[in-house]
Design a protein around this ligand. Structure first.
Ligand SMILES: [Zn+2]
Length: 132
């Protein structure tokens, strides 16, 4: 059994005889107040306090970026490394699930996303692909 933590969701997966099963997904509802520390919603990098966050994107923009091919590279890399550390034999299969699950989080998201400098820059490229 493998527990995978990705921003705002925890997946519990198990390699069964007929492939990979998701046993459980837990959405972590984060409530934010002015003084609470904020993490980048894509890569979980600490951003300081809410008032210090420079880049906020609407959930619509994130959805557009994902439709245009944006992937949360940093988050995927962290997750893959974590799986390898856990001795996972088929990280590639789990990574597909992680990405699918992340995309469904994006679809369901109704609150603005706080982004770090790097994620903001990489997502802008995909948002601007719109219509081209
Ligand atoms: Zn980030």
């Amino acid at each position: 059994m493998t527990r995978i933590e990705i921003p705002s969701e925890t997946l519990l997966v198990e390699m069964g005889e007929d492939g990979l099963n998701i046993l459980e997904t837990t959405m972590q509802m984060s409530c934010r107040d002015e003084s609470a520390p904020v993490e980048c919603d894509i890569c979980s990098k600490p951003l300081g306090k809410m008032k210090d966050v420079k880049h906020i994107e609407s959930p619509e923009s994130i959805t557009i970026a994902v439709r245009n091919g944006f992937k949360p590279e940093q988050m995927l890399k962290t997750t893959e490394n974590m799986l390898k550390e856990q001795g996972e034999e088929k990280p590639a299969e789990i990574m597909e699930l992680v990405l699918d699950s992340w995309k469904s989080i994006v679809d369901k998201s109704e609150t603005p996303w706080a982004l770090c400098e790097e994620c903001y820059k990489s997502i802008q490229i995909y948002i601007k692909k719109r219509g081209s």
